[in-house]
Design a protein around this ligand. Structure first.
Ligand SMILES: [Zn+2]
Length: 219
């Protein structure tokens, strides 16, 4: 009788231990799932500028850097072009990497534009060709236009092909992709790149979302 009781106690202990192990496994799984899902959700902030999300007339980004005085790995269409320091440094890393891969000849044609400058650009452009003041991404200092010396369009160059594959690794997205004008409000601009940081750029690159869709999903 005493023997049997001991055996019962022992099997009860075994069951308790098993329950503990199972509970621990379930908790680990739940925690892994929870933090896994959480980590795929973007928690930062990304500036969205378009027709519906306008910058005020007095918006000036902090820490603009003159590219002419700093740049090493790309050329410039003017000595007046500026970008925020973070954007410039990311662009420098990106074009340096392109150069290392044997792809060079990039020419940045436009960077930061003030509200006043965008007013001039808008006034001088054909209807529908330029953003109204306040709605241009160039006013953020986070976007630039790039080209090469090519008689054909930029999108037919090896420089464009390299950027399409690698820009996200340096935090840049092609902001106005083909066939997305219904969402971005801007038709295809293969030359316009926007700095959003590597995490966001990689998510956008992988999913093929626009910045509008990304911001909407992570609101
Ligand atoms: Zn542009």
């Amino acid at each position: 009788m005493a023997k049997k009781k001991r055996r019962n106690t022992r099997s009860a202990e075994r069951i308790s231990a098993l329950i503990l192990v199972l509970a621990f496994m379930a908790m680990s799984f739940a925690a892994g799932w929870y933090f896994g899902v959480r980590s795929t959700k973007y928690r930062g902030e990304v500036l969205l500028v378009n027709d519906k999300n306008r910058l005020s007339a007095d918006y000036v980004p902090e820490g603009l850097v003159n590219l002419y005085q700093n740049r090493h790995s790309f050329r410039l269409a003017s000595s007046e072009i500026t970008l925020t320091r973070e954007t410039y440094e990311a662009a420098e890393r990106m074009f340096h990497a392109a150069e290392e891969a044997g792809v060079n000849g990039y020419i940045i044609t436009s960077g930061y534009r003030s509200y006043h400058r965008q007013e001039e650009v808008y006034a001088q452009s054909e209807p529908g060709k330029a953003q109204t003041p306040g709605a241009s991404e160039h006013q953020t200092g986070l976007a630039f236009d790039v080209t090469t010396e090519t008689p054909n369009g930029f999108e037919s160059t090896p420089q464009y092909a390299w950027l399409s594959q690698h820009a996200h690794e340096y935090g840049f997205i092609q902001r106005y992709p083909a066939n997305k004008a219904d969402i971005t409000g801007i038709s295809y601009e293969p030359w316009h790149y926007r700095y959003v940081g590597e995490e966001v750029a990689t998510q956008i690159h992988k999913t093929g979302m626009t910045l509008e869709e990304f911001v909407e999903r992570n609101r």
